[in-house]
Ligand binder design. Structure first.
Ligand SMILES: C=C(C[SeH])C(=O)N1CCC[C@H]1C(=O)O
Ligand SMILES: [Zn+2]
Length: 598
C-alpha cells in the first residue's frame, strides 16, 4: 500500500515540477519586464501575473498536501515534497497578497526613481544612486559634499518608503504565520536548514571581530589625518559619509589614500580598463573566459541576446541594481546591470556571472532544487572567482596591472585592499538582517526603527550618521535590499564561506597548501585549473538537492561554516595591523557616539 502511494507520489512530483517550471517562468518574465522598464502598465501586469501564479500554486499545494509524504522511504522524494509543502506568500488571501506585492513594488520604484540635486549645481536635480551618487563617493574628498549627498539620498530613498515598509512587514508576517512560522525572521532562517543558525552567525562574528576592530582603528586614524580631528575623532565611531560608499558597506575607495605602503604601485584597475578601451561587453567576455578556463560553462547565446548590460539611454526608469535571473526553462538566463567601466563593476560582473554559472550547473535538476545549497552559496560563487582575479599575479596576466615587487610590503598592501572590501563588509551585512529580524519579531517597534538601526550601526560597525537622525527618517530603506525585499544574511555567510571554498580550490589547483608559509593564500590564482573547476562544478550541480553541509563537504571536506578560511587568508594583515596600531598608539574599538539619533 505504502509502496503504491510512494509510486503515485513520484509520478505526481514529475507533473508538479513541470507545472512549477511554467509558473516560475511566467513570474520571472513579468518581473523582468517591470524591473527593466518601470511603468504603471508593467507594474500592474507584474501584479496580475503574481496573483494568478499564487492561485495556481495554492491549488497545487492543496493536492500536494493530500500525499502522506512524511512516511515515504525515498529521502529524495521526501525532500522534494517537504520543499513543495512550503506554500510561501501564496498562502495569503488574495487581497493581502496584493497589498504585500504592491508595497514591495512601490518601494522598488521609489528607490529606482529617487533623484537628488547636485551639491555644486543645485539646478541639476537628476542624480540617481547609479551611476552619479556612486561616482561622487568614489571621487569626492569634500566632507561637506559627501554629507549633503548622503543626507539627500537618505531622504529621497529612505524616508520616502517608511509607510510602504510598515505595510510590507505586516503583510509578510501574516504570510509567515500562515506558513507555520512565528515571524518572517524564522522563515528566512529556515533557508539555512539548521536550528542553531542564529547562534552560528553570532559565533562567526565573534571570530572575525578582532580583525575588524584592527582595520577600523587603522582606517579611522588615516581618515583623521586626512580630514582633521574636528571631522574624525580619535576614539569615536567613524562618520558614515567618509568611507567611500553611500552605505559604508565596503571601503575600497579609501585604498588610494590609506594603504599601508603608499609608494608601491597603484592596484586599482579602473584606469587600465579605460585606457585599454574596455567596454561592458569586453568586461563580460573577460569574466566568461575565466569560467571557461576552469572547464565550467560559457554563457549561452540566449544570454548575450537577452541580457541588459548597460543602462538604456531611452530615458526609461529601471531597477539598475545588478541582478542575475533564472527563467526556469533550462535555457533562458540573464544579467541586468547598468555597467560602468570601473574596478567595482569588473568585480560585480564576475559576481553576477557566478550566479549564472550556478543556474547553468543545476539547470537539469527538478525545478524545486534549482537554488543555492543555502542562499550564501549563491552569493559566493562569483566572489570566489574574483579572489583569484584580484591577485596582482592574475591582473598582470591580464595586462591590467603593471609589474611590481612581490615583497612583504606589496603583500600587506594587497591584503589591506582585500580587507577593506571583505572584512569591513561583515558587520554591515550582519547588522542589516539583525535589524530586520528585530523588526519582523516586533522586538524593534516602528516608533524607533531608525534609532535601533543606528544603534546596531554604532555597536557592530563603529559607524555613526553624519548628522542627527529622527524617526522622520528611515535610513534602512536607502539600501536597495531593504526596499527590494532581498534577504541579506546571504552576503554575510558568503563573505565567510567563500574563503573556505577558495582555500580548497587553491589546494586542488596546487597553488597553496593549508598552513604553508612559502606561499600566501591571498596570492593564489586558480585560473586554468580544471581540477579546481571540476570540483567547484560538482558542488554547484547539487543545487539545493542536498543539505548545505553535504554540498560544502563535497568541495571542502568540512561540514561547518567557519571563519578559519578568512582568518588564514588575512593572518599576515592582522599581525601587521596589531603592530602598526600599537606603534601609533591607536585606540582599538570606539566610544559612544555624540551624534543624536535616538
Ligand atoms: C551585486 C549584487 C547583486 Se546579488 C549585490 O547586491 N551585492 C554584492 C555585494 C553585496 C551586495 C550589495 O551590493 O549590497
Ligand atoms: Zn549576488
Amino acid at each position: 500500500e505504502r509502496a503504491a502511494e510512494e509510486a503515485a507520489g513520484r509520478r505526481y512530483m514529475r507533473t508538479l515540477d513541470e507545472q512549477r517550471s511554467r509558473t516560475k517562468n511566467r513570474m520571472a518574465l513579468a518581473s523582468w519586464d517591470y524591473q527593466s522598464n518601470i511603468t504603471d502598465y508593467n507594474q500592474e501586469r507584474q501584479l496580475q501575473v503574481a496573483l494568478e501564479v499564487a492561485d495556481q500554486d495554492k491549488e497545487a499545494w492543496k493536492e500536494t498536501m493530500t500525499y502522506l509524504w512524511h512516511e515515504f522511504e525515498d529521502p529524495d522524494l521526501k525532500r522534494m515534497f517537504e520543499k513543495y509543502s512550503k506554500l510561501g506568500t501564496a498562502a495569503l488571501p488574495e487581497d493581502l497578497n496584493q497589498r504585500l506585492i504592491s508595497a514591495i513594488n512601490n518601494m522598488q520604484a521609489t528607490y529606482a526613481k529617487a533623484t537628488i540635486c547636485d551639491y555644486k549645481d543645485r539646478t541639476k536635480c537628476d542624480l540617481r544612486v547609479e551611476p552619479e551618487i556612486t561616482e561622487i563617493f568614489v571621487e569626492s574628498s569634500d566632507a561637506e559634499e559627501l554629507k549633503y549627498t548622503w543626507l539627500e539620498w537618505h531622504k529621497a530613498a529612505g524616508a520616502a518608503s517608511k509607510a510602504d515598509f510598515i505595510e510590507y512587514v505586516n503583510m509578510y508576517n501574516e504570510a509567515a504565520k500562515l506558513n507555520g512560522y512565528d515571524s518572517v525572521a524564522e522563515w528566512w532562517l529556515s533557508e539555512y536548514e539548521e536550528s542553531d543558525s542564529e547562534e552560528q552567525f553570532a559565533a562567526l562574528w565573534d571570530q572575525v571581530k578582532p580583525l575588524y576592530q584592527q582595520i577600523h582603528a587603522y582606517v579611522r586614524r588615516h581618515l583623521r589625518l586626512f580630514y582633521g580631528d574636528q571631522v574624525v575623532s580619535a576614539k569615536g565611531p567613524i562618520p558614515a559619509h567618509l568611507l567611500g560608499n553611500i552605505w559604508a558597506q565596503s571601503w575600497n575607495n579609501l585604498e588610494k589614500f590609506t594603504r599601508p605602503f603608499p609608494d608601491k604601485p597603484d592596484v586599482d584597475v579602473t584606469a587600465a580598463l579605460i585606457n585599454q578601451n574596455y567596454t561592458a561587453l569586453k568586461i563580460f567576455k573577460t569574466a566568461e573566459e575565466f569560467f571557461v578556463s576552469l572547464n565550467l560553462s560559457g554563457m549561452p547565446d540566449l544570454f548575450w541576446e537577452r541580457s541588459i548590460i548597460e543602462k538604456p539611454q531611452d530615458g526609461r526608469d529601471m531597477v539598475c541594481h545588478a541582478s542575475a535571473w533564472d527563467f526556469f526553462d533550462g535555457e533562458d538566463f540573464r544579467i541586468k546591470q547598468c555597467t560602468t567601466i570601473t574596478s567595482a563593476f569588473f568585480k560585480t560582473t564576475h559576481h553576477e556571472m557566478g550566479h549564472i554559472q550556478y543556474y547553468l550547473q543545476y539547470k537539469d535538476l527538478p525545478v524545486i532544487y534549482r537554488a543555492g545549497a543555502n542562499p550564501g552559496f549563491h552569493e559566493a560563487v562569483g566572489d570566489v572567482i574574483s579572489l583569484s582575479v584580484d591577485t596582482p599575479k592574475h591582473l598582470r596576466v591580464m595586462g591590467l596591472l603593471e609589474d611590481g615587487p612581490d615583497d612583504l610590503e606589496s603583500n600587506i598592501n594587497q591584503l589591506y585592499k582585500m580587507g577593506i572590501d571583505k572584512i569591513v563588509f561583515l558587520p554591515f551585512a550582519y547588522l542589516l538582517d539583525l535589524f530586520r529580524y528585530g523588526v519582523f519579531r516586533g522586538t524593534i517597534s516602528e516608533e524607533d526603527y531608525n534609532c535601533h538601526f543606528w544603534q546596531l550601526r554604532e555597536t557592530l560597525q563603529g559607524v555613526e550618521p553624519p548628522a542627527p537622525r529622527s524617526e522622520q527618517d528611515f535610513d534602512p530603506a536607502a539600501k536597495y535590499h531593504i526596499s527590494a525585499d532581498v534577504e541579506y544574511m546571504r552576503y554575510y555567510i558568503s563573505y565567510i564561506i567563500q574563503f573556505q571554498f577558495h582555500r580548497s580550490l587553491c589546494e586542488l589547483a596546487g597553488e597553496y597548501t593549508s598552513g604553508e608559509t612559502e606561499r600566501l593564500l591571498s596570492n593564489c590564482d586558480i585560473y586554468n585549473s580544471t581540477e579546481a573547476g571540476n570540483a567547484l562544478g560538482k558542488m554547484l550541480q547539487l543545487g539545493s538537492s542536498k543539505s548545505w553541509p553535504d554540498a560544502m563537504e563535497a568541495l571542502t571536506g568540512q561540514r561547518k561554516m567557519d571563519a578559519s578560511g578568512v582568518l588564514e587568508y588575512f593572518q599576515p594583515l592582522y599581525e601587521w595591523l596589531k603592530t602598526e596600531n600599537e606603534r601609533t598608539g591607536e585606540y582599538i574599538g570606539w566610544e559612544p557616539s555624540t551624534v543624536q539619533y535616538c
